[in-house]
Ligand binder design. Structure first.
Ligand code: ADP
Length: 409
């Protein structure tokens, strides 16, 4: 991920198995690095529980495989190997690309997995223990199951390593940074990187000469200020809990809340972590759901707390976007991506309306048309600043990075 326009595409048909391991899930896809075409994709979920299963899509057909109780990542990857062989998909596989959530300061770009890289990921995983542990498990299981294939790690944090100290340091005792690595790292880097490159193409500018603010809005949400193709600030922090309101995560809160919760309400650290990560955000405010579509439908039907949750989500997002005019000073385009960013015309309009002072406006029809994977400019022809919907494709970036690293071997 060294340049921001999409890297040179490899020429021959080159398939990369892309793995994204969560603590109890594993998303997978085989992607043709040449064109981003998805050959097969699926999700293993509830790993380690009583009812783990794998569902996958191949040639338009959806299939579900039940795994035995307690089976986890290694067994899921073994089943995946069987699937790949059954469908003769192993012939063109050139690499396995792993999405790794936290690369700390070790990794400024994707890396071929070796002992040193594993040690680096292991070091960084103290900063995101759940994700880090799952990522390492995914790598070791894939190494065992695909022994002949190079493994490449692609880091969610790498794109943000261009941030300046002024943007990434917290106003905490400096030693916490130097001795324990406490700082802003940011996540969703592959997505912000990809949509910046694609948006530059869409609006006919060089990414190196463009200033963008990209809003990746999915279950997790983050905003990134991208100056000349480089991340200069982003809303997630040491962990993916910081910044915007998300599905179940609070985003930024008053740190004094910790003292209040512990001394007044007898919360312990685990309960606080749970509250902020799993019970807050859209779910916490609406007391209904973490799912944006459900919240929108309820708000339209008159559910007051759902409407409030949407308003808070949009207000906080608009405020964060406005703040990034400080490092950028000028803006070529505001980019919406992720499940919500790509599909919710309601949220896009609510956010853009609050940012009219940046020269943004919203063309109602273009906004309605930009859904179901359609990219497009959704501001009017006369808007001083463009608003853009750009579907993300993190899997393709991972496949391309893996293919390009393998090419050098
Ligand atoms: P993840 O972060 O897990 O990859 P996604 O990027 O798939 O998540 O985004 C999931 C979110 O996108 C959910 O909140 C879902 O409700 C929302 N979403 C998907 N389609 C729509 C839609 N048509 N309108 C509003 N929200 C949508």
């Amino acid at each position: 991920m060294e340049t921001v326009s999409m890297p040179t595409t490899p020429s021959k048909s080159q398939h990369v198995l892309v793995l994204n391991c969560g603590s109890s899930s594993l998303k997978f896809a085989i992607i043709d690095a040449n064109n981003g075409h998805e050959i097969i994709s699926g999700l293993a979920e509830r790993l380690g529980s009583d009812t783990p299963s794998i569902k996958y899509k191949y040639q338009g057909n959806k299939t579900i495989i039940d795994l035995s109780a307690n089976q986890a990542h290694a067994e899921a990857i073994n089943t995946l190997v069987g699937l790949i062989k059954d469908h003769n998909l192993d012939e063109h596989l050139i690499a396995v690309g792993h999405r790794v959530v936290h690369g700390g300061e070790h990794f400024t770009k994707s890396a071929l997995v070796d002992d040193k890289v594993i040690a680096g990921i292991s070091d960084a995983s103290s900063l995101a223990p759940l994700h880090g542990h799952a990522n390492l498990l995914g790598i070791s299981s894939a190494q065992a199951s695909f022994a002949g294939l190079p493994q490449v790690a692609v880091f969610d944090t790498a794109f943000h390593q261009t941030m300046d100290k002024v943007a990434y340091l917290y106003a905490l005792p400096y030693k916490l940074y130097t001795e324990h690595g406490v700082r802003r790292y940011g996540m969703h880097g592959t997505s912000h990187y990809y949509v910046a490159g694609q948006t530059a193409k869409l609006i006919g500018k060089q990414v190196e000469q463009s200033n963008f603010i990209s809003a990746h809005l999915g279950n997790g949400c983050s905003v990134c200020a991208i100056k000349g193709g480089k991340s200069v600030d982003t809303s997630m922090g040491l962990t993916p809990l910081a910044g915007l309101v998300m599905g179940t995560r609070s985003g930024d809160i008053d740190p004094g809340l910790f003292n209040f919760l512990t001394t007044q309400l007898n919360y312990d650290a685990k309960q606080i972590d749970n509250l902020l990560n799993k019970e807050s955000g859209l779910l916490g405010i609406s007391e209904l759901s973490n799912d944006c579509r459900t919240i929108e439908e309820a708000a339209v039907a008159g559910h007051e707390k759902a409407a409030l949750a949407l308003d808070i989500f949009c207000y906080r997002l608009a405020k964060q976007i406005a703040a990034y005019m400080v490092p950028l000073q000028t803006l070529d385009a505001l980019i919406f991506t992720g499940g919500i960013g790509e599909n919710s015309d309601i949220i896009r309009e609510k956010v853009i309306t609050q940012l009219a002072f940046l020269g943004l406006d919203c063309d109602k029809q273009a906004n309605l048309d930009a859904r179901f994977g359609n990219e497009g400019v959704i501001s009017s022809a006369t808007a001083a600043t463009k608003a853009v919907v750009m579907p993300t494709n993190e899997e393709w970036v991972i496949a391309l990075d893996a293919a390009n690293i393998v090419k050098e071997l």
